[in-house]
Design a protein around this ligand. Structure first.
Ligand SMILES: Cc1ncc(COP(=O)(O)O)c(C=O)c1O
Length: 460
């Protein structure tokens, strides 16, 4: 054995303790902007292609990591990283994630406990989200892949309507290119359509309700009628990134009485409305969807990368994702994840979610959703009362979408000043043509004190 590897192997416990120290130090500083700015300044170390010949050993590699990169890690795991929709990891999820690496199971088949853990975690998620057992679920790397996986099944279903097996014969065997309809599709839907060979241009954006990001269902009905009975795909949105608006999913599902379409719901973070009696009505009707994408690394607060795709059509899922050609992997079976997901070999992503759900349960999770929504509301109230900013939309759940009242300074410049305080991080957007700022609350650590600090930063 290589002597450096041998020495590392002998001191594995000490190395794991050093990693624990590193992680603890990082996490202790995560909410303290004096110790660690939420958005650090750019790295001033030159890139290197230097590959050590003999290898440094893990202790020296850790020292080099610290010296080169550690100061430039963002505070994305912390309480005032309000950009995008960023979760952060609960203690239980972190424990699950560390163990996932230590156990290093290949969650592709039925061997060992991996499949049982994944099926149990999915069953708990169905219970948490109020989804019927008819939905089969699997873990994938993020909502982009969850949407991709749902839309891949939609493509297969479209083929079936024309008597074509797209998985076998390809899209070229279809009489016409698939049509996809949606009101406020997330950018990753276009990416998924590109990856699926359907094409970004096949998405027809349907009119939205006035001053809303929710689809106008009567405009959708008209668009469906114009297809003259041709089957298509509808992507409904449960939680649009700018304003957390929700399509009326029940009304969309009801249109299937008159028009043939596959209903996919992108519920990347909005799906968690289901856990709170205050918000659950927002996802009414999603139980009737054909497929649903939900992220875990956003509001479920597990580490990257993790999401779930749920489907009512496991047969189509197997048709798309079956890995049939290799005799050594056995015959395709819906009990093996290798035949249900885009990957073959895959990490045991279910374990962090399993820990998180088991440790904090339904009540613990509802608390995070309701608390983060209340904090978003607090920031919204400060903005409404201020002379400097205005809300562009009501704070529906966990995102505040707002704009400066005076437009003298660009949003980019304003955000640069805010981020230079080190206190908070926000991302820009454009809402109804107005350049704006978004603050998304989805981290369990955030407190009212953090809202006060964020507000201070916004005055910069
Ligand atoms: C509604 C929605 N869908 C899909 C995505 C893509 O998620 P991911 O980055 O996890 O792939 C996001 C990310 O913000 C989102 O908000």
């Amino acid at each position: 054995m290589n002597p450096v590897l041998q020495s590392d192997t002998q001191s594995l416990d000490a190395l794991l303790s050093a990693a624990l120290d590193e992680a603890s130090q990082f996490l202790r500083a995560i909410g303290d902007s004096d110790a660690r700015p939420v958005l650090p300044s750019a790295l001033n170390v030159p890139p290197t292609s230097e590959l050590p010949d003999a290898g440094l050993g893990t202790t020296s590699a850790l020292a080099r990591f610290r010296e080169r990169y550690a100061a430039a890690l963002t505070g994305s795991a912390g309480p005032r990283y309000f950009g995008f929709v960023t979760g952060g990891s609960t203690p239980a999820a972190l424990v699950g994630d560390w163990l996932t690496s230590a156990f290093d199971q290949n969650a592709a088949d039925r061997l060992g406990a991996a499949a049982l853990i994944e099926n149990d975690a999915i069953a708990m998620l169905r219970a948490l989200l109020g989804l019927p057992d008819a939905f089969n679920g699997v873990f994938v790397s993020g909502a982009t892949m969850a949407n991709f996986s749902g839309l891949a099944q939609a493509r297969q279903w479209l083929g079936q309507q024309h008597g074509v097996d797209v998985a076998l014969d390809g899209l070229a065997a279809l009489p016409a290119a698939p049509i996809v309809l949606s009101g406020s599709p997330h950018s990753c839907i276009y990416k998924a359509l590109s990856m699926l060979g359907i094409g970004r241009a096949q998405l027809r954006q349907i009119a939205r309700l006035p001053q809303r990001e929710a689809i106008d269902v009567s405009a959708l009905r008209n668009a469906l009628a114009e297809l003259n009975g041709a089957p298509c795909v509808v992507v409904a949105n449960a939680g649009v990134v700018n304003t957390v608006d929700f399509d009326d999913i029940a009304a969309i599902a009801a249109l299937r009485a008159d028009y043939p379409f596959w209903l996919h719901v992108d519920a990347a973070f909005g799906g968690f409305a289901a856990v709170s009696p205050r918000y659950a009505h927002l996802v009414d009707g999603w139980q009737q969807a054909d497929s649903i994408a939900v992220d875990a690394h956003k509001w479920l607060n597990v580490p990257y990368d993790s999401a779930m795709v749920f489907t009512r059509h496991i047969d189509l899922q197997v048709a798309v994702f079956q890995n049939a050609a290799a005799a050594y992997l056995g015959a395709p079976s819906s009990a093996d994840f290798v035949h249900l997901t885009p990957e073959n070999s895959r990490r045991l992503r279910a374990l962090p979610a399993w820990f998180r759900l088991t440790a904090y349960g339904r009540a613990g999770y509802r608390d995070i959703v309701e608390r983060t929504c209340a904090l978003a509301q607090q920031l919204g109230e400060r903005i409404e009362a201020s002379q400097r900013f205005r809300l562009l939309a009501p704070v529906r759940m966990n995102v505040v979408c707002f704009a400066p009242i005076d437009g003298d300074v660009s949003i980019a410049e304003r955000l640069a000043r805010i981020h230079a305080t080190g206190k908070a991080f926000f991302t820009p957007t454009i809402y109804e043509g107005v350049p704006a700022i978004r603050a998304a609350f989805s981290n369990w650590r955030t407190t009212p004190g953090d809202v006060a600090l964020a507000w201070e930063a916004l005055q910069a």
